[in-house]
Design a binder for this molecule. Sequence first.
Ligand code: SF4
Length: 334
Amino acid sequence: MRENNLLPIAGEETGIYEDPLDLMDEIDRLKVAKDATILAHYYVDGEIQDIADFAGDSLQLARDAVNVTTSTIVFAGVHFMAETAKMLNPEKTVLLPDLQAGCSLSESCPADKLAAYQAELRAKGHDIVTVAYINTSAAVKSLCDWIVTSGNAREVVENRVPKDKEILFVPDQHLGRYLMEVTGREMILWPGSCMVHEVFSLQDLIRAKKNNPDSLVISHPECPQNILDVSDFVGGTEKMRQHVAAIQEPKTFLVATEANMIHPLEAIAPQHEFIPVPGIMTDTGETCACNRCPHMARNTLQKVRDCLKRGKPEILWQPYFDKAKEVVSRSLLQ
Ligand code: SF4
């Protein structure tokens, strides 16, 4: 909780607060002193996106990471994204402000379980190509043939995977189902999902639509099918930005994705109003207050400052990064 826009230093109980503007100045100075570049995902706090050198979705940030010229990268996002930045920049120091910033979707598909399932399918005679959403660990990426994002998934499935192969799609069942529908290709789906997109409530969305009768619904393809069915536009974060920017007449959009996505949408299309779609907690049935990703929320201005100061936590090179890098480069950078 904020007090006069100040940020608690080490938990609210300390009673010591820092001014975000001072923190932003300090981060700017440290960036120069430590020869660092900050990359921030669209799902982290708007203040962190504002001090970042690059803000974007997973695909854009993977591409930006290749063009960084400083010796250090600070990745304000989650663990698998920082791993990707490291594998593409082995010689650079890659810092993640909070090592606990994981991803429920990535964690729903551990590498050992995927390897066992691939072996089982092949033993049963399935001639599979494994296509993985980018929200996977580097260890999982090293077991796959193609890596996709919500921005390029359709193109890869339609044009790059031979028609005579079966597709095992991991880890997001909702994105997989959406891809089956738009490409007409059958897939074996891994039963994973994102905790943030999973909780969007159809009931709340319909209520929000009733309260805003002329509004348009834009959704991320990680949302469950019942949300996609009532959406006016379905696309990844970058496609959402392009979509709203192309509409000149002021509109109201109900946005079904992580709530911080409102920040880049307002920046690129200030003529519109954006309303976040509330979620619902599957375990308690209560309406979720903010549809925030708890992993992305681990990134704070203070942690960005602290990791720059201390040079840690750092993502260290792992032996399977070589194979993962080959798959990522072929899939996303060529
Ligand atoms: S929003 Fe979902 S997919 Fe994205 S980092 Fe959070 S848990 Fe993972």
